[in-house]
Write a new protein. Structure first.
Length: 258
């Protein structure tokens, strides 16, 4: 039987589950990149446009090419970016629909671990970026427990109903990300991005996380009693058990070789 796949077809649900996390982490990421205004960008795996919007608001881009495999996510992104200098399209991160040397900067925000062949995905970002341009990405540190819903993942797995993992989860470790970037780019730098987000208590956090189709599917396979037990164990795992929750991502950037 085929392994279940992680899909993001509902832009609104994704916004509640991950959009806010993405914007908080994205702000730190963009501060770290420190790009000039007026660049042409490619936002690969743009999803519902959360990071793309931050790029538009903070970097005054000349143009942004946003690409995602999900038509539902693209449709949501089009509503939030209707007046921005953004061209959105569906596509494959391992075969980007853009010419060589066509952008000044290429990014992947919380995407690289979904690319079946991260090396090929990076090679495509390098291909479309001009010499001296920036290629950068950040990803939740999945092996290190950095994903915002890591505690839920762990307790669902302990209950015998694990959530499907991204196909390239291992690439999100700092060592793997550094090795990948160093093999293809110059002036490589890395950074850990720590993120904190407020919710209206534990139930708000739980409801937001279980809006994800993959987590929701695992939860729905449990009895009501099991769900209660999992929720109690997740609450016990979280520091303070209050309304502020943390996550962390690893980021890498480098310049395209001349």
């Amino acid at each position: 039987m085929a392994e279940p796949q992680i899909r993001f077809d509902d832009g609104a649900a994704y916004e509640r589950m991950m959009g806010a996390w993405s914007r908080i982490a994205g702000d730190v990421f963009l501060d770290w990149l420190g790009p000039a205004n007026g660049l042409t960008w490619a936002d690969i795996g743009c999803g519902n446009g959360a990071f793309t919007q931050a790029m538009v608001d903070r970097c005054a881009p000349k143009r942004v090419f946003g690409m995602d495999p999900s038509a539902g996510q693209i449709a949501y992104a089009q509503t939030r970016l209707a007046s921005a200098p953004v061209e959105l399209t569906s596509g494959d991160a391992m075969a980007l629909p853009y010419p060589d040397n066509s952008v000044d900067a290429a990014t992947m925000a919380l995407v690289l671990f979904f690319v079946p062949d991260p090396k090929k995905g990076l090679a495509e970002m390098v291909r479309i970026t001009r010499p001296g341009g920036i290629v950068a990405a950040y990803v939740w540190d999945l092996p290190g427990g950095g994903f915002p819903a890591d505690a839920i993942w762990k307790e669902l797995a302990a209950a015998g109903h694990p959530v499907p993992q991204p196909p390239s989860a291992g690439i999100s470790s700092m060592d793997a990300l550094t090795a990948l970037w160093s093999g293809s780019l110059d002036e490589v730098e890395t950074k850990r991005i720590d993120v904190e987000r407020s919710f209206n208590g534990f139930d708000d956090y739980w409801d937001a996380c279980t809006g994800s189709s993959s987590i929701r599917g695992a939860v729905q396979s449990l009895s009501a009693e099991q769900v209660g037990q999992v929720k109690a164990r997740v609450r016990d795992r979280l520091p303070g058990k209050g309304a502020r929750f943390t996550a962390f991502a690893n980021a890498a950037k480098g310049k395209v070789r001349s």
